[in-house]
Design a protein around this ligand. Sequence first.
Ligand SMILES: Cc1cc2nc3c(=O)[nH]c(=O)nc-3n(C[C@H](O)[C@H](O)[C@H](O)COP(=O)(O)OP(=O)(O)OC[C@H]3O[C@@H](n4cnc5c(N)ncnc54)[C@H](O)[C@@H]3O)c2cc1C
Length: 401
Amino acid sequence: MTKVTAVDIFIVGGGMVGSALAARLAPSGMRIALLENHVPADFDPSSTPDLRVSALSPASIDFLESANAWTAITTMRSAPFKRMHVWENRPDQGTLFDAGEIGAPWLGHIVENRLVQLACLESLKSYDNATVLCPDDISQISYQPESSHIQLKSGQTFETALLIGADGANSQVRKAASIALDSQQYPMHALVATVSIHGGERDITWQRFTPDGPQSLLPLPGDYASLVWYHRPSEVRRLLALDDTALLDAFRQHFPKALPEITGLVHRGSFALTRSHATHYVRQGVALIGDAAHTIHPLAGQGVNLGFQDAEALSQLLLNAWQEHHPINALSLLRQYERQRKLANHLMQRAMDAFSYGFSNDIAPLRFVRNLGLRLANHQSPIKHQVIRYALGLLPLPGRK
Ligand SMILES: Cc1cc2nc3c(=O)[nH]c(=O)nc-3n(C[C@H](O)[C@H](O)[C@H](O)COP(=O)(O)OP(=O)(O)OC[C@H]3O[C@@H](n4cnc5c(N)ncnc54)[C@H](O)[C@@H]3O)c2cc1C
């Protein structure tokens, strides 16, 4: 007979969000299993920065601190930024957000996704009650409200009171629980590159809006930066087909002269952009977090920040229920998580859509209004301070208590 291992929580997906949730819950003593099918490469301090990076807000950093992972991330490497410059036509007609204006030390840190994952997995090593199954994959999931079964390709079988889907946009957990997904492809792709840079300021992120889509440059540790160029899918394909010299020429030609000089190309890739939202985040005995529940236009770098907010909200509820000996898989408990997060994520998706549409066109009246808006925002301290506080995760979205 097959041996079945019983756990309290089985998390599918050990990306940034799933591994951080596991690390946050592990000190409680719950029996946790975390399944991840890709082994992240060890950190090598002499390596160049990865292609996949994220701008983490202070709220996300607080959550990673509570998961005992943040110190390990900064010990590896990260790039704090104090200012954020946004403009359309000319840099001197845009808005400069500065953390100093509200007395904060920085607006956020740019980190490599893999290092967040490595730090969370390292944090989990201190707990005998947490099992990391990596690399392994699902052979079969049988979702049941009281107790789900997960059969792995390695041959192990688990039984769990609560199944958590942190398995990204193509979530198998979501499908196993028959939760539908509303999704829509954006008519633009993101070309992402790690580039080497020379000169210029390094504690600042730049974003310029063009009729084809935004362009941004984010500082990375050392003489590197992450460049993101949103454009029509056909144009991104054309650019990616260029050799390194021609692609660098295209960056130099189309990116603003006000940025640090782009001197070399380290990595390149492209991403299709989809807005998606699960119709439910929970059923009895199952919950979705992070990209498994929602994906968003990355222009303001909010995707994983929303995922960490999901993980924070869910972990609070689970830890309280566990401490009070209440069931952690009850629908009433999980619905509280859904109520806290679903509308907030929906509003953020809509705000990003409005930004993306409002800026990615060349309609003259709109161009006038948005430039006026950027210039006014630069001179209106109260508005600017609210935006900065929101970016720091210190304020809820408008319309939320
Ligand atoms: C171009 C671009 C730029 C972005 N920039 C930012 C930014 O600056 N800031 C920000 O907040 N967000 C950003 N995002 C969004 C961010 O990358 C995602 O929101 C984030 O990666 C989601 O994390 P996750 O852990 O929920 O999902 P994922 O990163 O998709 O992780 C899911 C994990 O589950 C594993 N998995 C899946 N299926 C299985 C299975 N069957 N068995 C075992 N393991 C499985 C996968 O291997 C993976 O490790 C950006 C996105 C893009 C495309």
